[in-house]
Design a protein around this ligand. Structure first.
Ligand code: 4AD
Ligand code: MG
Length: 463
């Protein structure tokens, strides 16, 4: 018999229905005449309460096996629950144990474990309430992302993971090679000879799918990529991963204002979708993790984001009486403390900062008429700081070539990118949303390592 998902039973199950469920035992309580256990199958935070009485086959021996973590299938009849806490429960007619779980050694005991500890058992931690809720919210977020773009007619394009380009120019690339590391081929100059590597050139894991998304936007107008990206930043913070997922829309015939409008509409949509589809999980986060989770969602959905220029942001930071660790000065990049001050304390909502100095931004951003700033935009969120980074792209061949020259980016490496400006160039814009940062923002989880199933960070790639 196909087993039914517990979330569905809790919502729609009716007394007298016979059902079969499968999952893992969370708790067991033995009374004199009978016993209770709670079974969870990951479909919802709440498990299903199962009543076991001596009429089920092998009652005594089965009962002994039903420890926390044991996998079971239960058949029985739904009955109204006399106890408080649940509408309906399952009166078992038979229990099949698939795999036992030794209570002496099973690491997930019925107590609160620290998130640090849970990271050391990432192969088991998704069975806990918090990580279970995170993964369901993560799933709903990605569904929302696809729904948002598909409903608008954006084409989902798959950009490569292996690439020869450093899109962001920050030098945070992981090299991909199959050279024998013990016997590296050398050139006459005693440098590693990547001509003899798999791709006949040096290749990397992508830091962003943007350049290829631009190619696709020049054929399909509106596209998005959604996939893993990799950065070898050695920053051990609660907001950085070495492998993270990024959503990158790219729109032809669009300017920086259209880009901001899309970013704002997009974030509102994701929040609305998740609050509607993961209500139980968000309530849990609001109660247990961060008391402002529901208010934050409400704030995002119902308020317009603030929009200011970088120059204005510097002005506001200089005027504030807050002491910052990093200097505030026109021309310097905003640090996370500055970003958080603006979003969290000053405006108390997301802030879109535009028109950053040309020197601190990537080569592809469109130069403004002042020759001093570029049409960039970052969306800063309370608690998180930068959640979206985007820009209008430089569509003018001569301006782009000059900028690349200034940055010593060899034009022959990006000949195909420059071709887009030679053949039917148009104003276009896009952005990248850090997927884990939005899940963090939504759940109130303090550490980004706890919103992805298997985090990759400096010195850590287990599981
Ligand atoms: O601001 P970034 O570097 O922008 C780009 O990569 C552009 N090419 C995107 C585009 O215009 N298509 O990164 C975009 C977002 C950041 O705002 C942040 O949310 C997230 O990606 N991000 C990270 N998230 C987790 N760990 C890291 N190490 C991250 N680095 C960036
Ligand atoms: Mg950025």
């Amino acid at each position: 018999m196909m087993t039914r998902r517990i979330a569905n039973i809790l919502k729609q199950g009716q007394p007298d229905e016979t059902v079969s469920i499968s999952g893992w035992v969370r708790t067991k309580r033995e009374l004199k005449e009978f016993a209770f256990m709670e079974v969870n199958d990951g479909s919802s935070m709440a498990g299903l309460q199962v009543v076991l009485d001596p009429n089920i086959p092998n009652y005594e021996p089965v009962l002994k096996q039903l420890n926390t973590g044991t996998s079971v299938e239960v058949e029985g009849t739904l009955v109204p629950s006399p106890g408080k806490g649940q509408r309906i429960e399952l009166k078992a007619s038979s229990v099949t144990v698939y795999g036992e779980s030794d209570p002496e050694t099973y690491p997930l005991q019925k107590k609160r474990h620290s998130f640090e500890f849970l990271r050391t058992i990432s192969h088991l931690r998704s069975r806990t309430n918090t990580l279970g809720a995170v993964m369901r919210v993560r799933n709903a977020c990605s569904t929302a992302i696809h729904k948002f773009f598909q409903d608008k007619g954006f084409l989902w394009v798959h950009t490569p993971i292996i690439t020869a380009n450093d899109c962001e120019g920050a030098g945070e690339l992981f090299t991909v090679t199959n050279l024998n590391l013990n016997e590296l081929p050398k050139t006459d100059k005693q440098e590693i000879d990547f001509d003899r590597d798999f791709f006949g050139r040096r290749a990397y894991l992508t830091v962003s799918g943007q350049l290829q998304a631009e190619v696709m936007a020049m054929a399909f107008q509106n596209v998005y990529t959604f996939g893993p990206t990799f950065r070898a930043e050695n920053s051990n913070t609660s907001r950085h991963l070495a492998e993270f997922w990024m959503v990158e829309p790219e729109m032809a015939f669009c300017d920086i204002v259209g880009d901001q409008n899309l970013a704002e509409e997009f974030l509102k949509y994701i929040f609305k979708y998740v609050t509607e589809n993961c209500a139980e999980d968000l309530e849990f986060f609001n109660k247990r993790i961060d008391k402002s989770v529901l208010a934050t969602a409400d704030n995002i959905i119902n308020n317009e984001f603030e929009r200011i220029t970088y120059t204005k942001a510097i002005d506001l930071l200089e005027k504030s009486d807050r002491k910052f660790e990093y200097p505030v000065e026109w021309g310097l990049d905003l640090q996370s403390e500055h970003e958080r001050y603006l979003a969290e304390e000053l405006f108390k909502k997301p802030v879109i900062v535009t028109d950053y100095p040309v020197e601190i931004k990537a080569f592809y951003m469109r130069l403004n008429d002042d020759n001093n700033t570029v049409a960039a935009m970052d969306v800063l969120a309370p608690k998180i700081g930068e959640i979206i980074g985007g820009s209008q792209r430089e569509e003018r061949l001569d301006v782009l070539e000059k900028r690349m020259k200034d940055l010593e980016i060899p034009p022959e490496e990006l000949w195909w990118y420059l071709d887009l400006r030679r053949y039917g160039t148009v104003p276009h814009a896009g952005f990248g949303l850090g997927f884990e940062r939005v899940v963090q923002f939504m759940t109130g989880m303090a550490n980004i390592r706890d919103v992805i199933p298997f985090p990759r960070t400096p010195l850590s790639a287990d599981f």
